[in-house]
Design a protein. Structure first.
Length: 254
């Protein structure tokens, strides 16, 4: 088999949480272009349907699922819909998350819990439900979305809860990878740096500070992350598990 053939995802089924916009949308399209059928999971079904239409335009199947991934029932139902529709789940990208900015001394317990419940607990619940579908088949790829914030303390914004949630995702990834490797399920994570999305585009007052600290001198684009998700989803990365792939323009070098 040629090297490019090992990146192909024809016949594979995938889901992407938070797939209705931004980085999640880019992941959905990348997986579809590589040949996978893609379930677009999002709380906003309107945007999810728009992404699903683009996935189908590529020539593969799409499925729209509305799910609250911060609850065990929501995560289990999400996976159940994919398995019911397509017979199994091969690839899962746990991308859904929330941001939370507040000085640590002022952050409420409710805000702390909100960020941890969605980002960290939600990632665990999704991975748990996904693995229950993959482990009996002896193969699967789980890709968690962490952040360079797992490795550094961001400036100038204050985001203790977010940083901790993403650091937790990195170590959760390692832990699950070690536990499930003997049974064929690989678990890796991606840690983006500052990436241009509709959300970050609204934070122009901070971008000058960020750009000063990025060796490559620009914000990331969602397309800069697509190659990584296809690699981690494909057979090309079958000997890789428990790794956090940092894609940050060099930000964490300094």
């Amino acid at each position: 088999m040629g090297i490019l053939d090992r990146f192909a995802l024809h016949g594979r089924t995938a889901l992407v949480t938070g797939g209705g916009q931004g980085i999640g949308e880019a992941f959905c399209l990348a997986l579809a272009e590589a040949g996978a059928d893609v379930a677009v999971v999002d709380l906003n079904v309107e945007t999810a349907h728009a992404v699903a239409a683009r996935v189908e335009d590529v020539g593969v199947r799409a499925l729209v699922i509305r799910a609250d991934i911060s609850s065990p029932e929501g995560a289990a139902a999400m996976v159940g819909e994919v398995v019911s529709a397509w017979g199994g789940l091969d690839i899962a990208v746990n991308n859904a998350g929330v941001r939370g900015w507040a000085p640590a001394e002022e952050m409420s317990l409710d805000e702390w819990r909100r960020v941890l419940d969605v980002n960290l607990t939600g990632t665990f619940l999704c991975a748990q439900a996904e693995a229950r579908a993959m482990l009996p088949r002896g193969y699967g790829k789980i890709i968690n979305m962490a952040s360079m914030s797992a490795h550094i303390v961001n400036r100038p914004q204050t985001q203790a809860g977010y940083n901790v949630s993403k650091a937790g995702i990195v170590h959760l990834t390692r832990t699950l990878a070690a536990e499930w490797a003997p049974r064929g399920v690989r678990v890796n994570s991606i840690s983006p740096g500052y990436t241009r999305t509709p959300l970050t585009a609204s934070l122009g007052n901070l971008q000058a500070d960020w750009l000063e600290r990025i060796p490559l001198g620009r914000m990331g684009e969602v397309q800069d992350l697509q190659g990584a998700v296809v690699y981690l989803a494909s057979e090309a990365s079958d000997y890789m598990t428990g790794y956090d792939l940092v894609i940050d323009g060099g930000y964490t070098l300094w």
